[in-house]
Every structure is written in C-alpha cells, then in structure tokens.
Write a protein that binds this ligand. Structure first.
Ligand SMILES: [Ca+2]
Length: 674
C-alpha cells in the first residue's frame, strides 16, 4: 500500500496535480435528505412500505435509533449544511456559517446538489459548483414551479414526463459523471422534496399500494410497532404512546372519510417507495463505477411526518398527475411517527426523531447492520464530513461573521466507540422548544408549560415527571434559555417565559375530522380557546417582549404590528371594543384590521385607523369593532415605522364592557426569566 501511495504522489507531482494523492484516499460524500418522512416509514424502521434499497444500506452500514433533526424544513437544512443551530447560523441567510460544500470544495472536492433548497439565494452562492432543483419549500411533483434552477440559471420544467423525485437523481448521476471527469473526490447533496405535500405519486407506484391501507391507521400503527420491537430498534419494554384525543379511531370514521384517508396513505407510500427506487438507481451507479465502497452515504429526514391538513382538491380522484393536490392527514402522521408523540414542528420525539442511515464499507468498522443508540443531531454532519474528508471548517470566511459550530464529529461511532457530548442538544422552532441533556429531556408545546421526561425508560414521552423533579427542570430551562441567548443569539421574543398549558394540546391546522374530506382549508378550523388563548404573533419588523401584562415592542421598519391569528371561541359575537394602554415613541398613527371570515387573510377585511399620541406617555385607547358576527382574526398596528412602544392591559371587551379575551395570558409552570 505505501508503494501505491508513493506511485500516486509521484505521478501527480509530475502531472502538476499534487492534491490527487490525497484525493485517491478520501471518501466521496453523499448526503440524502428527505422531506417530512415519519420515523417508522422505512422498512428498516418498522414500516410496511417497500424500501429494499435503503434497508440494504442500513444492513450494510449503521442505523441510528436517536438521531435528531430540528422538526422543520428550512431549519434542518441550515443545521445539516452548517453544523450549527439554525438561528445561530444566520437562519435562511446563512450569514454566520459556511456550508459543507464550501468546506469540502476548499479542500478539493467536486460539489453538487439536487432538489429542494428552501434558503436564501441559491446553492451556487454557497459552494455548490453544480445545482439542479427548486428553491421553493414545496412544489407540484409533475408540474414543478417557477423556482427551478440549473447551475444558477432559471430552468423550464418540461410539460410532460416530469416527476421531481426522478429528475433529482437524473441530474445527480449527470453531475457525478462530470465529477469523475475531474479526478476529484465528490460531495453530492440530494434533497428530495418527497414525501412532503402535495401528495402526488407516479401512477405505477400508486397502483402498487392500492388496497394496502384499507385497514386504517390503528392497525398499521400496531404492525409498525410490533416490527420495531422485532428489529430491536427501541429498548425492550418501550410503551407506544396512545392515540391522542385529536385522532379518532379508524372504525369511527365515515365511509367517505375512510375512502379519502386510505388514498392519502396510498399516495404517501408510493412517494416513499419512489424515493427508495431512485436511491437504488443511484447506488447501482456507484456500484458500477466502483465507488460504493469508499462513498460515505448518509440518509436522514428533515422532520417527522406532517399533521397539517391545509387544502386538498379533487378528493374523489387519484393523485397521479399534476391536477390533483392533497395535503397531509393528522391521523396518518400519528401512525407514521410510531411509536412517538406529535409531529413536524413539535419538539417531541415524533417531530425531531428521524430515521438515519450511514453506509461506508471502507470507513465503518463497527458491526454492520447494528443500531447506534447514542443521540446524534444534524449539527454533527458538517463536523463529521470535515473529519473524514480532512477538510477543516474555516475559522473565517469572506463577508460572513462566523459563529462556532455546535456539532461534533460522529466518527467515534463508526468504530463502535462512545461519543462524549460537550453540551446538551438544543431545540427551538418558532414556539416549540426542547433540551436533551443525557437521558433527560425538557420539552414545551408551543411555549406552553415545560414537561420533563427521562428518555432512558420513557422514550415515548408518556410520563411527565416535571412535578417530581422541579429543580432538575428549572436547571434545564435555565440552560435552554442560556443557550438560546449565547449559542443561538436569538431575539428575546424567542425565549420569553412559557405560558400555562391548555390540555389537550390542539392546533388549528390539524385535520378536523368532523368536516367532509378536503374541507380543511387553511385557517378554517379554530382551536379550542379559553379566556387566555394566546397566539400573539409579532409581525415582520417587530420584536415583542412580554413582561407581566406589559408588551414591549421594537419596530425596525415599515408596517410593523401584532397579529392575533387564533381568537378564542369564548369571545362570542360583536360589537366589541379593543381596549389597551399605549405609550409610543414610534412614527405614525395606528390601525386595526379584523375579519369575521376565517378564509380571509388580513389585511383584507375591515380596517379602522386611529390616531396615536406619540409623546412617550401612557394613554388609554378604546376602539369599537363594529360587527355583529364573531371575529376570527385581528391585527393591531400601533405604528407605521421605526421606534418603540409599550402596550399594557390589552383586552377585547363585549358591548357590555365585559372582557372576553386578554393578552398576554398568565404565566405557567417552569417560567424562567433569562
Ligand atoms: Ca420537511
């Protein structure tokens, strides 16, 4: 072997290409990310969907039982590419980070990407020398959209014979052939959009799964859990989470609902099967070119199965061309995240737990087909790539103010060793929060009261032990808050104290099974509200900090304000008065928007301008909202541009002056001031 290396060095020096001696030994790196795949969807994770190619990679490599993503599309992509938590990296702008393509590219790799980008600019602005795909978060699988690009230029989607999952691998193989011509090792990142909504499958794939989901989600979930137990995926004695209140028993559904739900899962299975077929096609290409042995293949999902049931058209048809477009089903999302609780966006295990497969015959010495049971996270990918390809992550980069990488190289796991985690794993997406520290996990549903679980014997988060371990929880919340500030550099609104929990948890975009199939249009369904229903949303260019009953607002540009997207049912019907105290040091007057029609998006609807006293002193306001219907959405803008304002005692009163809603709500258990 040393002789061979020497021969390469000599040849390369003579040819004037010194780096190729290293290149001959460094692995190729293939990163595959799928979109909204449930923890149990793959065969090797308990699923009945046929995924022989991915199963083969797992059996010839390693499979993780505790690999984490960030529970959402764009934030997972940021962490995968940068080794950092999303907000720390500069979010979609990646302004505080370098990507895997930039790191490996600087070390002599040929870099390419296909599929969904979902961040600012284009992959070709972040080190990918080749790119084919869509910049958008989702698109029609057959018709595409206007965001398709090929190597930085707009690309016209063909009018027929197009399907994104297949096109991604067509271009991947084309780019690999180019890479081979350069003699460099390569780094390819494929970001499949499947099985993200719209649920649309190739006819032959859909036909394969027809009739397989007639028994419904209760039975499918039971079978998946039984298979997971056979596979030894989770510790013996793991109890599956029970069916939540918001998912009805399959047997209780109407015939029309069952017909539609069966077809939705048929489409999802077909889309996932197609991903597996395309991965198989790519792996065969690596086999034929002799590259499979020294290619590190890494497969993950960006988040758990999606429960958001926003809009479906043509529910009586089959979704096998671009004219039919269906959204996800909360019932199937529950079954697909077996045995865990909750979904995409939630930081429970059902949201952040992903199948994760690593395959690298030349580099993995741990027993093939074994299960890695230590926690790992997308932030570990970039450090691992840097480690195994000898491509140091640069400490500085032109025009970017880099922040430290939080992930750690997982290379010790490749040889069956333990990884010593330097700090807890931090989770935050929008209002959903969690911290994983050793076996302990603190988690909050949409900034409602913190819960505490010991995952060593309760991976499925069934037994909240917050009341048994108040000191531990308080310390974990303190640590979460400190990391949110010091590691993520998140705005204060991201770590404002949690509020009291409203149980059972609900979300207005989960399937409303009392409606006809297809009638779950976004925003149609209201949550169960109480007096303290709280969904204040700081609009763009607005930062909101809450202290007691005081809301402190900072405006950084035009058109700032507060939105109330989910008003409690208890508000009854109008007319109402919106009452508040306001001290303004910002420019311009105020306006209120409201609508009584849930389908209407503000600022459409009613508008009420009002003058604002801008002397910085507290003044009382009472503005009449003249309607005899029930308001569904409200927006309060107290300024037209930059400045600061303080709002106190904000409440909605009925005609008699009785308060029917107030903001902000009371604080709940586990509140922790930074
Ligand atoms: Ca996703």
């Amino acid at each position: 072997m040393p002789k061979l290396t020497l021969y390469f060095v000599v040849t390369c020096v003579l040819a004037g290409m010194l780096p190729c001696s290293v290149a001959a030994e460094r692995p190729n790196v293939l990163m595959i990310m799928v979109d909204d795949l449930g923890f149990s969807d793959l065969g090797c994770y308990g699923g009945e969907i046929e995924t022989p190619n991915l199963d083969r990679l797992a059996n010839g490599g390693l499979r993780f039982s505790q690999f984490y993503n960030t529970a959402k599309c764009h934030s997972s992509r940021v962490s995968l590419l940068t080794g950092q938590y999303c907000i720390a990296a500069g979010d979609v702008a990646l302004s505080h980070a370098v990507t895997t393509a930039e790191t490996l590219g600087a070390a002599g790799y040929f870099t390419a990407m296909t599929g969904k980008w979902h961040l600012k600019q284009q992959p070709t602005n972040f080190g990918f020398q080749r790119y084919f795909g869509h910049l958008s978060g989702a698109c029609n699988y057959f018709l595409g959209d206007k965001t398709f690009r090929l190597n930085g230029q707009p690309w016209q989607v063909p009018e027929s014979d197009f399907y994104t999952t297949t096109a991604n691998v067509d271009f991947a193989i084309k780019f690999l052939n180019e890479a081979r011509g350069t003699g460099k090792p390569w780094h390819l990142y494929i970001a499949f959009n499947a099985p993200h909504a719209p649920l649309q499958a190739l006819p032959q794939d859909y036909a394969k799964y027809k009739g397989r989901y007639r028994e419904g989600w209760d039975i499918v979930r039971e079978r998946r859990i039984a298979k997971q137990q056979r596979l030894g995926l989770l510790p013996e004695g793991t109890q599956p989470s029970p069916r939540p209140e918001h998912v009805p028993a399959w047997d209780s559904l109407t015939d029309a609902r069952r017909r539609f739900e069966e077809k939705r899962m048929t489409a999802l299975a077909a889309m996932i099967d197609r991903v597996d077929q395309e991965v198989g096609r790519l792996v065969r290409d690596l086999q034929q070119t002799g590259e499979l042995d020294n290619t590190l293949i890494w497969f993950v999902s960006d988040n758990g199965a999606c429960p958001y049931d926003r809009r479906s058209t043509h529910v009586d048809a089959e979704p096998t061309d671009g004219t039919v477009s269906w959204s996800d089903s909360t019932g199937w999302a529950w079954a697909r995240n077996s045995p865990f609780r909750y979904y995409k966006q939630n930081q429970y295990e059902g949201g952040i737990g992903t199948p994760a497969i690593i395959h690298w015959p030349a580099g993995i010495t741990a027993s093939t087909g074994s299960i890695v049971r230590q926690p790992a996270h997308l932030i570990d990918i970039q450090p691992t790539f840097a480690d195994v390809t000898d491509s140091p992550i640069p400490p500085q980069f032109a025009n970017r103010d880099l922040r430290p990488v939080s992930g750690q190289s997982l290379r010790p796991l490749f040889s069956g060793n333990r990884l010593v985690r330097r700090e807890p794993l931090h989770f935050l997406f929008s209002k959903d929060r969690a911290l994983r520290d050793g076996d302990w996990k603190a988690v909050s549903f949409r900034s409602e009261a913190w819960e505490l679980y010991n995952l060593a014997d309760d991976r499925t988060e069934r037994n909240d032990v917050a009341e048994d371990h108040p000191d531990r929880l308080q310390e974990m919340v303190r640590r979460w808050t400190q990391m949110t500030q010091d590691v993520l550099h998140a705005p204060a609104s991201a770590y404002r104290p949690v509020v009291e929990a409203r149980l059972p948890h609900t979300h207005r975009e989960w399937t409303d099974f009392s409606r006809q199939p297809g009638q779950n249009a976004r925003g149609n369904v209201r949550g169960r509200g109480g007096l303290n229903d709280n969904t204040i949303r700081a609009r763009k260019k607005t930062t909101l900090e809450i202290e007691g009953d005081t809301m402190q607002l900072t405006f950084t540009g035009e058109d700032p304000g507060l939105a109330f997207d989910r008003l409690p049912r208890s508000i009854g019907t109008g007319p109402y008065q919106l009452r508040f105290r306001l001290a303004s040091k910002a420019v311009g007057d105020g306006e209120i928007y409201f609508t009584t029609d849930p389908k209407t998006s503000l600022p459409k609807g009613h508008r009420i301008p009002f003058p604002v006293n801008r002397d910085g002193e507290m003044h009382d306001y009472a503005i009449v909202l003249d309607t005899h219907e029930s308001i569904s959405k409200l927006r309060l803008d107290v300024s037209e541009g930059q400045g600061t304002a303080t709002i106190r005692d904000l409440r909605l009163a009925d005609e008699a002056g009785t308060t029917v809603a107030r903001w902000p709500p009371r604080r709940g258990r586990g509140s922790q001031k930074p």
